[in-house]
Design a protein around this ligand. Structure first.
Ligand code: PLP
Length: 387
């Protein structure tokens, strides 16, 4: 009997999924604050464009790199919103930004290479490294440094096998946004050691009181920064699976060849929806951002009122609560929150060892759910004098 390699069979399960299953299995209703999924439908004109595409029977393969009109629309958006000036030929459409990240990591690293990943950071980075037989090396983001990287410390993690650094701003799970200084620091570090910078900008348009910037726009960024963007959060299109990768031409040509082996192409009607999203009115994006801002402000006001330690998110739609070592194992703590308080949140340690003592609250829920959920968390924390 052939064996399944442990590289894949032992792929750790996301703690968020575990909590989700517990919430589904609960006999009594649970307040759902664990998932990073917008709680609204995409704008009508996006759905209409997809309906029209289906009516035209556009069900065949599309070019590996994506529909030319979508690549053009993405190039225009990158220039308009992100200040990234790249031609349509420097863009490949991916099956969600997740597949774009996967293909960039696999395409730019050799098995055995090391990839620097944020800790706390989105768990999928470590999973992708493992799938590619790469070593994910966590770089710590610490509260005492406002969750900014200590670049001297990162420098010391670099060795002859280090090939890439992954950066994510606005951050999931922290909600922090890095400024030009941090981004320049990353590009300088990458230049010094000849590394790729893979910039996950999935939340680029959900920013409240900061300017989100891309390492692709700082000096030297053009040549070594591969940026990944998504339609999932900005236009509430998570299940439609459309994202895009931009970078130096030879990188995009390579990733385009890889598309054939990975997914062949992205779903045609979904790409039509994505074109409509970028070319149609942007009031949906403004309204979403304001809705998340209101929810963030509400969550912060409950956190302050109930004296719960928190990090003020400047972007994305998560609230990071560094409750302290007293909560013990964060997965166990989340189990208790589901069973005793009927509230589901994400365990900090699923985002890396620097997530110990913390939980992540998703703001992709109604104001009532956030208000009540935060109060229930506070009462569990205070009842046990944990924080
Ligand atoms: N990057 C981050 C930081 C995320 O939080 C997510 C989804 O939650 C993604 C990328 C992937 O998004 P998608 O594949 O839907 O574009």
């Amino acid at each position: 009997m052939p064996t399944v390699p442990t590289r894949t069979s032992e792929l750790p399960r996301s703690g968020i999924r575990v909590v989700m299953d517990l919430a589904w299995a609960s006999a009594k209703p649970v307040l759902r604050l664990e998932a990073g999924q917008p709680d609204v439908a995409p704008p009508d004109h996006v759905l209409e464009a997809m309906r029209e595409s289906i009516a035209r029977k556009e069900t065949g393969y599309t070019p590996n790199a994506g529909l030319p009109a979508l690549r053009e629309a993405c190039a225009a958006k990158l220039a308009r919103v992100n200040g990234i000036h790249r031609s349509p030929e420097q863009i490949v459409i991916s099956t969600g930004s997740m597949e774009g990240l996967l293909s960039a990591v696999l395409g730019l690293c050799e098995p055995g290479d090391e990839v620097l990943i944020p800790d706390p950071g989105w768990p999928n980075y470590a999973m992708v490294c493992r799938l590619g037989s790469l070593r994910g090396v966590a770089y710590p983001l610490r509260p005492e440094n406002d969750y900014r990287p200590d670049l001297d410390e990162v420098d010391a993690l670099v060795n002859g096998r280090t090939r890439m650094v992954i950066v994510n701003s606005p951050s999931n799970p922290l909600g922090t946004v890095w400024d030009d200084e941090v981004m320049s620091g990353w590009v300088e570090l990458a230049e010094r050691h000849d590394l790729w910078v893979l910039s996950d900008e999935c939340y680029d348009e959900i920013v409240f009181d900061a300017d989100a910037t891309s390492p692709a726009v700082v000096d030297g960024g053009d040549e070594r920064v591969v940026a990944v963007h998504s339609f999932s959060k900005t236009y509430a299109m998570t299940g439609l699976r459309v994202g895009y990768v931009s970078g130096p031409l030879h990188v995009i040509e390579t990733l385009t060849k890889m598309q054939e082996a990975l997914v062949a192409c992205v779903n045609g009607p979904a790409q039509r929806g994505a074109i409509a999203a970028l070319e149609g009115p942007q009031d949906f994006v403004v309204a979403m951002r304001e809705r998340y801002r209101r929810r963030r402000d509400l969550a912060l006001s409950v956190a302050r009122e109930t004296a719960i330690p928190h990090v003020v998110p400047q972007g994305a739609f998560y609230l990071w609560l560094p409750l302290g070592a007293g909560i013990g194992d964060t997965m166990e703590f989340c189990r208790r929150l589901v069973s005793d308080a009927k509230v589901a949140v994400a365990p900090g340690e699923t985002f890396g060892s620097n997530g110990a003592g913390a939980i992540r609250v998703s703001l992709a829920a109604s104001e009532e759910t956030i208000d009540e959920g935060m109060r229930r968390i506070a009462s569990v924390v205070h009842a046990a004098s944990l924080s």
